[in-house]
Design a protein. Structure first.
Lengths: 266, 416
């Protein structure tokens, strides 16, 4: 079995294992390439129809191309789409200009906290990968969070072979990470193989493209002539700059990602 | 076709250079993005330390400050188009469960021994655990050769000592390699400082492990994960652990030993004629019974045994001791059954592999034990060496994983 097929089959196993254990669940869809690949795998795991809601945490600062993509594929894939915003924080003027850490934690983390509580979710599927950031390499496939979303990275449950801990107490939920073993280039190769649609910001236009997309004010494009998926794969094979190189929250301080994550950031 | 990457765990004592070797391999293979190198340099400067290769993996703030790995990490790199996943596992005894979590995903291991300290208790404990996890492809690296002036005499002494110590716990490394992870000697490049070493470098040894990664047994093991109703049809889903199945084939469902027929194979909406090892599929069945979660589907002419009692070797990860006959839940593939450990034949110190007690009443944290487990209901099981997928299990209580182990013998007198 080739590498992509092994990754696909293993991810589907994890998705099905999580769904057996947790029915009150949802997938987080940032509309980026990873979480779109995740939705693709979930659709495959359930033979086309995703049996739980798909949540978009909308900071309202996303690129317009992201919103267009969301509307198109939510309809096409018959998703039970839930768009969640932290309206109170937005009304109070929270925005990237007034502090990035606060903006991420209010508009992303707290919005998600509200959604988890409101929907009574016991598990959340996320498309994070180990190679994105050192801190994400420490994650488990099943990773518990308490009611404050704290990630107790100093004492994670053991995970042996394909047996996953299912403990989620009253006020806890489980993060499910089916893409943990994938690399950035695997995701692109899989997108090419499966012909998965992606937001066109990933493709170069006027000599620039986005390698990672999120909120418009906090994402910078990289110089690139890669206007097709083939060219992106070719470019990544040669690249010496990491994927999240254009993401502000990884850079403010060396441990900002760790702090954000232990506070419950995705 | 691109082969899946070979997962390798690196084990050894605290500060013997596990993370440094991984950093060295990433650096020398050019697997590191320039901005990551810059980030490490800045973080090190803030701590008032020199940039360290180990910091590439030890990215938790606490890990860099203490200079020690806390949790397991995986990184990926390529040498000459062969792909590897290197699993870094923490050395400290208090992070044993993190070490086991990392090591359980590996198919081969590198044991690191620092030349200035020699083989330590913790190294032996880790080696014993990887053997327990069923990993038998092992290479040994004597690291920090720069601290002993790249001395061949010193290396030979350490190698002899390690061979003796490891043979006591039944581990025979395929190769020994003198290295300096810090300076790069014999990692990717052959050392100029140790011209006397004619054997493999780490890079050549990895290539050997990739070639050696073994073929598994062909008995069909298809554990059922769940039953979905799609378009009013019931589909039994799961991942084929070994062997293959074909449309129209009659299978046996264990532990009930009822036959079922594969009417069709569904994979992501596509109809398939057959499916093989490693594939996550769904099947629509006919026959005497409907499959359910926990059933193991196998061939009618050759299938694993059904039992309510077996012998196993386990390692106890929980910090709470276990008292004989206390209730536990066993998870073996997708099977689950109430069980208890009815006999503790031998308690073993996981560092020295010395017997701590026989016919014991309890098992303590970080101990290995040879036990008899009795289950309330019959399960399909097999010695690990014959069929790994149903030869390994975890034991839980109130949804906490307390222990993991492998089956050594099925009790034939108590077949289900």
């Amino acid at each position: 079995m080739d590498r992509l097929s092994k990754l696909e089959n293993d991810s589907i196993y994890i998705i099905r294992e999580a769904y057996y254990q947790f029915k009150d669940t949802a997938a987080l869809w940032s509309i980026g390439k990873d979480s779109t690949t995740l939705l693709w795998l979930i659709r495959k795991a359930f033979f086309g129809e995703i049996p739980f809601p798909v949540i978009h945490i909308d900071t309202t600062y996303k690129f317009k191309e992201i919103y267009e993509f969301r509307e198109k594929y939510a309809k096409k894939w018959r998703l039970k789409l839930l768009v969640c915003k932290n309206q109170t924080a937005l009304d109070n003027g929270v925005c990237p200009k007034n502090g990035k850490l606060n903006c991420c934690s209010e508009l992303k983390t707290n919005t998600l906290k509200q959604a988890v509580k409101r929907c009574g979710l016991r598990a959340l599927y996320l498309g994070i990968r180990r190679d994105e950031h050192g801190i994400r390499a420490k994650e488990r496939f099943f990773s518990p969070r308490n009611k404050n979303f704290d990630w107790n990275y100093k004492s994670q449950p053991p995970e042996l072979w394909n047996q996953y801990a299912a403990k989620a107490e009253n006020e806890e939920h489980m993060r499910i990470h089916p893409l943990l073993s994938w690399n950035e280039i695997d995701v692109w190769r899989y997108i090419r193989r499966e012909k998965i649609p992606v937001v066109r910001l990933y493709l170069a236009s006027k000599g620039r493209r986005y390698r990672s997309i999120g909120c418009a004010p906090c994402c910078a494009p990289v110089k690139s002539g890669a206007g097709t998926i083939d060219k992106i794969i070719e470019e990544l094979q040669k690249s010496k700059i990491s994927e999240r190189g254009g993401r502000a929250q990884d850079k403010e301080s060396a441990y900002m990602m760790q702090k954000l994550r232990s506070l419950g950031y995705m | 076709m691109q082969k899946p990457a070979l997962p390798i765990v690196i084990i050894g004592d605290v500060d013997h250079g596990k993370s440094t070797l991984i950093g060295r391999l990433l650096y020398d293979t050019g697997s590191l993005p320039a901005d990551k190198i810059k980030e490490i340099k800045e973080a090190s400067k803030n701590l008032g330390k020199k940039p360290e290769l180990a910091h590439l993996l030890d990215c938790l703030e606490e890990e860099r400050k203490k200079g020690a790995t806390i949790d397991t990490t995986q990184v990926f790199f390529k040498i000459n188009n062969a792909e590897y996943i290197i699993i870094d596992a923490p050395g400290h005894v208090e992070f044993l469960k993190n070490m086991i979590t990392g090591a359980s995903q590996a198919k081969a291991a590198i044991i690191i021994i620092a030349a200035d300290e020699g083989i330590k208790e913790q190294t032996k404990r880790h080696a014993a655990i990887i053997l327990l996890l069923g990993i038998d492809s092992v290479i040994a690296a004597i690291n920090k050769m720069d601290l002993v002036n790249f001395s061949q005499e010193k290396y030979n002494g350490l190698k002899e000592e390690a061979i003796t110590a490891l043979s006591r716990i039944q581990i025979k490394p395929l190769l020994f390699i003198p290295i300096s992870a810090l300076k790069g000697d014999n990692a990717l490049k052959r050392s100029k400082n140790m011209p006397w070493h004619k054997g493999a470098t780490i890079s050549e040894a990895l290539n050997l492990l990739q070639k050696k990664s073994s073929q598994r047994k062909q008995t069909l093991i298809f554990p059922i994960q769940d039953i979905y109703t799609i378009n009013k049809k019931k589909i039994a889903v799961g991942k084929i652990e070994s062997g293959s199945l074909t449309k129209g084939q009659t299978l046996i469902a264990l532990p009930d030993k009822k036959t079922i027929k594969v009417r069709s194979i569904a994979k992501f909406g596509k109809k398939r004629h057959n499916a093989g090892e490693g594939e996550s599929i769904g099947i629509i069945t006919g026959g005497a019974i409907e499959p359910k979660r926990g059933d193991i589907l196998s061939q009618t002419n050759e299938y694993p045994e059904i039992t309510i009692s077996f012998r196993a070797t386990i390692f106890w990860m929980s910090e709470d001791s276990y008292l004989k006959n206390n209730a536990l839940l066993i998870h073996c593939a997708t099977q689950q059954a109430n069980c208890k450990i009815t006999k503790i034949h031998r308690r073993i110190d996981s560092a020295t592999m010395q017997t701590l007690g026989e016919n014991a009443e309890k098992i303590n944290h970080a101990e290995i034990a040879e036990v008899t487990i009795e289950t309330q209901n019959a399960i399909a099981a097999c010695a690990f060496k014959n069929i790994p997928a149903i030869g390994r299990f975890v034991l839980t209580h109130e949804k906490n994983i307390l222990s993991g182990g492998i089956i050594t013998d099925i009790d034939k007198n108590k077949a289900g």
